[in-house]
Design a protein around this ligand. Structure first.
Ligand code: CDP
Length: 237
């Protein structure tokens, strides 16, 4: 019997732009856990493809990218501030801003459907979670990356709410996007992510669903932390 439960791993999955990273970040800050945005890694590989001539007419040169995978190094840098993003370094360069553009969003699901890309990133993600104490968000975290995670959350929100949130987020960052493009991008990514052959997005059987359409950030955090509390109490009992 231990009074100090070991640090657990928390998997957060769900469709595009339903607040996974916001929740993961807030949870990691209040639990003093490490936050890992697995989507940032797929975005990093996509940016590499864009910057290295691996795009043909808006199509990914999948064979070329597979050959280049060994040359792609993705590292999360030190956290500048608690509750914020870890900067993502692509071959040593901070690309945290570049990976958020609409151009990357348009291509990332095609890159993430490539088996070899997934094998490389999943291996790295599993290493990061080896010691526990990680909150990771993505599409296949509870199903493939951490199938034994002590807590799995599956976030949902209505398509309208998701599009409005993403539009506001991008506009606030000074990006020029239209609501139409944002909606279309979310629809396309949801479709590709949930129908691809390799680890498609689906809810793990043992995941707890949180529909946050009507919840603000602190309400969703409070709810999620109550689930963490339950898991930790079970560990002590
Ligand atoms: O933040 P948002 O919901 O827009 O997406 P993201 O988490 O940045 O992920 C970008 C894309 O990466 C997704 O649309 C997926 O295609 C892919 N992805 C994935 O396949 N598996 C993951 N574990 C995370 C992201």
């Amino acid at each position: 019997m231990s009074k100090h439960p070991k640090k657990i791993n928390i998997a957060i999955d769900g469709y595009s732009s339903c607040g996974k990273s916001t929740l993961a970040k807030a949870m990691s800050a209040s639990l003093n856990y490490i936050f890992i945005d697995s989507g940032a890694m797929y975005r990093g590989v996509t940016l590499y493809a864009m910057e290295n001539g691996l795009l043909k007419d808006d199509m990914i040169d999948a064979e070329g990218l597979k050959r280049a995978l060994a040359d792609i190094e993705l590292v999360f840098g030190e956290l500048a501030q608690s509750g914020k993003d870890h900067p993502l370094l692509l071959n040593g360069k901070d690309v945290s801003k570049e990976i958020r553009t609409m151009e990357v969003s348009r291509l990332v699901s095609k890159v993430a459907a490539i088996k070899e890309v997934r094998i490389k990133l999943v291996e790295q993600q599993q290493l990061l979670g080896k010691k526990g104490g990680v909150v990771m968000d993505g599409r296949d975290i509870g199903t493939v990356v951490f199938p034994n995670a002590e807590l799995k959350l599956f976030l949902t929100a209505s398509p309208d709410v998701r599009a409005e949130r993403r539009f506001a987020e991008m506009t606030q960052k000074g990006m020029k996007v239209s609501m139409h493009d944002v909606e279309q991008n979310l629809r396309e990514r949801d479709y590709i992510d949930s129908t691809r052959a390799e680890s498609p997005l689906h809810q793990a059987e043992d995941a707890i669903v949180i529909d946050n359409s009507e919840l603000n950030q602190s309400e969703q955090l409070e709810l999620a932390l109550s689930y963490v509390q339950n898991v930790l109490e079970q560990q002590i009992a």
